[in-house]
Ligand binder design. Structure first.
Ligand code: 1PR
Length: 524
């Protein structure tokens, strides 16, 4: 049996699902005694360092944890569960860590996008029993803005390169901890967890040792989900956001089945967008929560859910915050939430007031769950203008001239799935959302959606140049060459597609093979 320390933040469901998929049972810590009597303890830290340490103190888990760690029984820390072992973190300088290992936690100091999100490799520095069956060239899923700096190099199990080499896992006796998420790292991650559970004696070194790792460009499969006219939840797909064909909602399959297929076919991440979420109340929209729960039982890559993340008043007048809605999604298996319409309203309010409210969904969710858990989904549409000074928006010069020969355009934000245009441009929206705490931008494009004409490179370049958080390029993928183009002509960290995958026009494997042949780093 594995004892799991859940202090109530983020997605521990996926760790439980991963362990259970390996045939092991999980007991969740309820009190100090459960920690003290554990045989094998897993500590998946999620969210922010400060709130984690706070909760550990509040629950009176600190002393039992220290006692458990002192007994040298098997321990696996994940992400913040690694960082917690050290003395301090820059993320919450006034709060000490557990101090089991000498060293501290620092924010990434690199010109690259922070958080470091995605699939990266491991430079193995010492043998371990958790490497059994691994080749050494596998990639694992990372999502973090901070990393540990150890005082004693003897505890370093692996390092990873992102701008510079940082410690990505440690080992000290039976205590192991990884900065990456094995439970979100597909087959390689499950193997690592299996090795931890099996407690084999022999420490091994994988065969293929690298001395430099590279972050892979990610390929995301997106499932736009809504109820069809019979009320069944289906995956649909629009042409420039119009999901109806001959009056009926297009039905391209069942959400759980399709997500599972894409996981098996090598998708690096799966995104569900509840496209009518803006008008439904998600906490009453139980089928969507059920889709997440069922998907996360079999799909061990990151899951993002979007649609309807905002504050609500139900029919009895009770108010629910966006944070409560997000919390329910995290509990059901989501790793990130994606905020669309509400982000536009928040940015407009911020620009009007000249300061953050401190209470917006972006700020509240990122404060509790960390920036990496908050994606902002932008649904822009091109508006052509004659001159760069024409209006008070961030205008770009375009090679794709407008219908009347216009050489400039701006990207108008929309809400409610493109139904309503706003007086805000996509570049400004992305900048404001980064300031407020968003960790990633999902950059759609209504003009390109469903067209198979390729990504809007000009839009993607304008937004990636304006922010330092990762950008997911979305809308318009029609050929494998489009993925190569977006990764070579822009700084996008990942690319998302829907139609070509749903219609089985191009398998994910073909996209990755083509990218690998053209020297774009991918996870295989
Ligand atoms: O506004 O917070 O409730 O979130 C609603 C979410 O639903 C937003 O993220 C918005 O993008 C999405 N959405 C709303 N209406 C539609 C629609 O299609 N009618 N779908 C919609 C957006 C766009 C992409 C699509 C890519 C790739 N879908 O995610 O998957 O364009 O498609 P392609 O590869 O086939 O070109 P809120």
């Amino acid at each position: 049996m594995i004892t799991l320390l859940d202090y109530g933040a983020g997605n521990v469901r996926s760790v439980i699902n991963a362990i259970e998929s390996l045939g092991e049972t999980v007991k969740i810590v309820k009190d100090a005694e459960d920690i003290l009597s554990a045989e094998k303890l897993v500590f998946p830290g999620v969210g922010a360092f400060g709130s984690m340490i706070h909760s550990l103190h509040e629950n009176k888990f600190v002393e039992p944890l220290k006692a458990y760690l002192g007994s040298n029984r098997p321990f696996l820390g994940i992400c913040l569960g690694l960082q917690a072992l050290f003395e301090h973190s820059e993320e919450a300088p006034h709060l000490g860590g557990l101090g089991l290992l000498a060293g501290s936690v620092k924010r990434f100091d690199t010109g690259l996008s922070v958080p470091h999100i995605g699939w990266n490799g491991l430079n193995v520095k010492q043998p371990s029993r958790i490497f059994g069956g691994l080749n050494g060239d596998e990639k694992f899923y990372f999502v973090h803005s901070y990393h540990v700096e150890v005082a004693d190099p003897a505890v370093v199990m692996t390092t990873t390169d992102y701008g510079y080499e940082f410690v990505s896992s440690i080992q000290s006796g039976n205590i192991m901890a990884t900065q990456f998420h094995p439970e979100k790292s597909g087959r390689a991650g499950l193997r690592l967890l299996e090795n931890f559970i099996a407690a084999a004696d022999e420490a091994v070194r994988p065969i293929r040792l690298s001395d430099r790792t590279m972050l892979a460009k990610r390929i995301l499969a997106c499932l736009d989900v809504r109820a069809n006219d019979r009320g069944d939840l289906v995956v649909t797909k629009g042409d420039q956001y119009d999901v109806r064909e001959n009056g009926a909602v297009r039905n391209l399959g069942l959400p759980v089945e399709l997500a599972r297929r894409y996981y098996q076919e090598g998708a690096d991440e799966i995104t569900f967008l509840n496209i009518t979420g803006f008008r439904d109340f998600p906490l009453e929209d139980l089928p969507m929560l059920e889709v997440l729960k069922q998907t996360s039982q079999h799909v061990f890559v990151p899951l993002t859910i979007g649609g309807g993340i905002r504050d609500y008043k139900d029919k009895d007048g009770r108010t629910y915050s966006a944070l409560e809605v997000a919390a329910e999604y995290f509990r059901s298996g989501a790793d990130k939430v994606s905020i669309g319409s509400d982000a536009v309203l928040i940015a407009e309010a911020y620009l009007a007031d000249g300061r953050p409210s401190g209470r917006s969904s972006i700020e509240e969710i990122s404060r509790v769950y960390g920036n990496q858990a908050v994606v902002v989904s932008i649904d822009p549409r091109r508006v052509y203008v004659d001159s760069p000074q024409a209006i008070g928006h961030q205008v770009i010069e375009t090679a794709l001239v407008g219908p009347a020969g216009e050489k400039y355009c701006w990207y108008q934000c929309t809400i409610q799935g493109g139904r309503q245009g706003c007086e805000l441009d996509a570049i400004t929206l992305a900048q404001v959302c980064e300031k407020l705490g968003a960790g990633e931008i999902l950059l759609n494009c209504i003009d390109r959606d469903g067209t198979n004409l390729g990504f809007d490179i000009e839009l993607i370049n304008a937004v990636t140049a304006a922010v330092s958080i990762p950008v997911i390029a979305s809308s318009g993928a029609g050929r494998v060459e489009h993925f190569q183009e977006v990764f070579t002509a822009t700084e996008a960290e990942s690319a998302l597609a829907a139609g070509i995958f749903h219609r089985r026009e191009i398998p994910i494997e073909d996209v990755k093979n083509y990218l690998a042949e053209h020297q774009v780093e991918v996870r295989r």
